[in-house]
Design a protein. Structure first.
Length: 162
């Protein structure tokens, strides 16, 4: 089905989406792709061990304070080592220019988390490979999207036991 969005550029969508009862269908043509060619970058993945159990033991309010401290430490160290935050859960997905900075950040994070009360332990994984950084449009950021994403081979899922 052909739909004419406000931009006047034709685009196609599924009949089901276009025929949604009472829906006004408006599409913007995405012109933002990636900001650079693939280049070698380093990803640091961290994961706090036993985060669910820690939250259950502490209760929501105390756990929230602990996770806020964890996040502040991780973000401060990430900046100190020239990294950028890509995503967060009970750990972080961080982007660095080189393995040395990612490793130093991981080691500093491990030491700092051990000083918290209760102390936290985090697993860390480092991947070096070709990645493309893609800037996210400001309109999408206004609805909660992060400022940039990275695409590359690192995203291919592996079956357990691989």
């Amino acid at each position: 089905m052909l739909i004419e969005p406000a931009s006047g550029q034709p685009c196609y969508c599924s009949r089901r989406a276009a025929e949604h009862e009472g829906a006004t269908v408006a599409f913007a043509v995405a012109t933002q792709h990636h900001t650079e060619m693939a280049r070698t970058r380093v990803l640091l993945f961290t994961d706090v061990e036993g985060s669910t159990q820690i939250t259950e033991q502490l209760g929501d309010a105390a756990a929230s304070d602990l996770w806020a401290a964890h996040d502040h430490i991780a973000r401060t160290l990430t900046r100190s080592w020239g990294g950028r935050e890509i995503d967060k859960s009970d750990g972080f997905l961080l982007l660095f220019e080189n393995v040395g900075d990612a490793t130093a950040c991981a080691l500093a994070l491990h030491c700092a988390l051990a000083e918290l009360r209760p102390p936290l332990m985090a697993r860390a994984g480092i991947h070096k490979g070709l990645l493309v950084e893609r800037q996210i449009p400001v309109d999408d950021q206004a609805t909660g999207a992060r400022a940039f994403e990275v695409d590359g081979v690192w995203q291919r899922p592996l079956p357990r036991g691989s």
